[in-house]
Structures are given as structure tokens and as C-alpha cells.
Design a protein around this ligand. Structure first.
Ligand code: SF4
Ligand code: MG
Length: 331
């Protein structure tokens, strides 16, 4: 099996003054070696929380309440913080939307890169300087910039430096949470192209998180759609370009201008995502779903898989296998 990451029945919860919040509920997905897997959904759907759970960046009171995260055969949820620190950067790195603002403004780029390299790998300072130069070259930034302070660089350059840092120890998996959202479109396009070139060159896998479905459709091999903490659909890019199955994904697709073909009127999805402390009975999406059936108000749909992907919706009941059946046949 060439799965690099296996997330199984992951649950992430936190306590709030009003009660327990199920921010991520029982989600399962895999990412293959060299694959770009996207997670998409409205803000608050749990996609960033999932990324934080995988990369151990959850802050209390949020915590993993169940499930397993296996990276290249290692169960991450069992690792101590020290053990996790050993694989951070060398096996898994994360790039956040705001990362470029997290560079220390009063420390030169060179020193920040070298500190990051030496914190995770033993090498002579001279070699670390050379490695820092090499990393800047990878993201098309001239070596002279090593002597700059972050405030002397544009947002796009700073985000490129963050990408260079994430690549420093050649990780197998890079999690990118809205990595270009804070940048203007032209700079964003340049950075996305760079990410794709580097991914081809080094072959790492990417978990790419964004609310921007058209961007996802351009770059991801497979896309997972989250709604109210749950994974409701997973599809290969080519399948999704032909049209989604889940009514929520269909709604998302209609909220953005089409990539190709005739311009159609954009339709938003009416209503709001549910309160995660008190979600509706049955299918979480039923109050907003144009295809809602009486059954949907009472029974939660199970996620089922077939050759097209996975979908959790009563409209497709009986058309696929359960996750247990799928994992039993793939072992
Ligand atoms: Fe709509 Fe019912 Fe499917 Fe939920 S299960 S998405 S309410 S059709
Ligand atoms: Mg987010």
C-alpha cells in the first residue's frame, strides 16, 4: 500500500461554556505518497482543526478525542512531544496562512533559516549557511536576501521563505493551510506554481487546505469536502470536474465561477452551517439541502465508497461499500 498518511475515525473536541464542541467528527481519509490531497469547506468546518490535529498544533482546550493518525507506519497520536519534535520538519511540516507574519521582524533571514535548520539537524554552521542559500534558490530568492530583515521583503517573498523553511529537511508531507490566501492574486499564482514545481521535483505529499474550491480543482489530485466537522465527500479531481454527488459539494461548486465554459449565475448556499454544540438530528446538512427527504431529518447518512470516491448522503445509499468493507479489501 502506498499510503503515506492514514487518518482513521479522527475526533477533535473542545469544551466551551455552552458545552462540548465536536469540531472534527469521525473523519477518515488517506494521502498517498506524492499525492496532493485537498480539504475544502466553509470557515469553521473543521479543516484547519484537522490540520492542527495532524501536526500537533492543537491548543487546549481542543484535543484529539479519538481515532488514529498514521504517518508512514507510525501512529502519531501515541508519540510524546519529544518524539513528535523529531519528525517535525524531517517527516512533516506545516505552512500556515499567517506564517509569513510569524518570521521574527528583528532577526535576519539568514539567522532564522539557520536556527531552524540547526534546531532539527546536526551540521556545521558553514554547511547550514550553504543549505540556507540552496533553500532560497529553490524558491527563486537571491542569496543576498539572507542579510535582509523580514520587514524589508514583500509578503510574497516572506511566504516563499516560509516555504523554503518547510522544505529544509525534505519532509514527506507538507500541510498547507490557506498558504496564499493573504496574498494578492498575481503573487498567489506565482507561489502556487512554485509549490507545484517543488512538489514534482521532490515528490512530497501535500495536504492542502482552502475554502477556494476552484484553486483546489486546479492543483489537487483528490479533494475531501468537510461540512460541520464531518467529511461528506471525497473525489478525484477529474471526477469532481464532471460534477459532485453530495448536495453540499454541488452547492459549493455553484458558489464559484466555473473554471471553463459558459459563465453561469453564481448561487450561494442558503442558510448557515449548524451550531456544532447542538447539531441537527440526522444529516447535518438537512436544513440547507434542496434534496432533503423526511428520512434525512432522522438518520445520519454513513459515508460509502465506490470507484468514484466517498459520499455521505442518503441519495446514494446502497451504492457503495462502508469504510470497514473498503479497508478490509485493501489490506
Ligand atoms: Fe441532503 Fe439528505 Fe443527502 Fe443530507 S442526506 S445531503 S439532507 S439528501
Ligand atoms: Mg481555517
Amino acid at each position: 500500500m502506498n499510503d503515506l498518511l492514514r487518518v482513521e475515525n479522527l475526533n477533535i473536541q473542545y469544551d466551551s461554556p455552552r458545552g462540548k464542541v465536536n469540531a472534527v467528527k469521525n473523519i477518515s481519509f488517506t494521502i498517498k505518497k506524492g499525492e496532493i490531497f485537498g480539504l475544502v469547506g466553509e470557515s469553521g468546518c473543521g479543516k484547519s482543526t484537522t490540520a492542527f490535529g495532524i501536526s500537533r498544533l492543537l491548543r487546549p482546550p481542543a484535543q484529539i478525542a479519538g481515532g488514529s493518525i498514521i504517518l508512514d507506519g507510525t501512529e502519531l497520536t501515541n508519540l510524546t512531544d519529544q518524539e513528535f519534535d523529531k519528525i517535525r520538519w524531517s517527516k512533516i511540516s506545516i505552512i500556515l496562512q499567517s506564517a509569513m507574519n510569524n518570521l521574527n521582524p528583528v532577526i535576519k533571514i539568514q539567522d532564522q533559516l539557520i536556527d531552524a535548520i540547526l534546531a532539527h539537524k546536526k551540521m556545521a554552521v558553514k554547511d547550514a549557511v550553504n543549505h540556507a542559500k540552496y533553500l532560497l534558490n529553490l524558491v527563486d530568492i537571491s542569496e543576498e536576501r539572507l542579510n535582509s530583515f523580514p520587514h524589508e521583503l514583500s509578503g510574497g517573498m516572506r511566504q516563499r521563505i516560509v516555504i523554503a523553511m518547510a522544505l529544509a529537511l525534505k519532509p514527506d508531507l507538507i500541510i498547507m493551510d490557506e498558504p496564499t490566501t493573504a496574498l494578492d492574486v498575481v503573487v498567489q499564482n506565482g507561489i502556487i506554481k512554485k509549490i507545484l514545481t517543488l512538489q514534482k521535483e521532490f515528490g512530497f505529499s501535500i495536504l492542502f487546505i482552502t475554502h477556494d474550491l476552484p484553486l483546489m480543482l486546479e492543483i489537487c489530485d483528490r479533494v475531501g469536502v468537510m461540512y460541520a466537522g464531518e467529511l461528506v465527500e471525497v473525489m478525484k479531481r477529474e471526477e469532481l470536474l464532471q460534477g459532485a454527488r453530495h448536495p453540499y459539494t454541488k452547492g459549493l461548486l455553484q458558489s464559484f465561477p466555473p473554471l471553463k465554459g459558459k459563465k453561469t449565475r453564481l448561487k450561494g448556499i442558503p442558510g448557515h452551517p449548524p451550531d456544532l454544540i447542538n447539531p441537527p438530528k440526522g444529516c447535518n446538512f438537512h436544513p440547507r439541502c434542496p434534496h432533503m427527504m423526511p428520512h434525512c431529518k432522522l438518520h445520519e447518512p454513513e459515508i460509502l465508497g465506490d470507484e468514484k470516491g466517498l459520499v455521505a448522503c442518503h441519495l446514494y445509499e446502497g451504492e457503495g461499500d462502508t469504510l470497514e468493507q473498503i479497508s478490509a479489501t485493501s489490506e
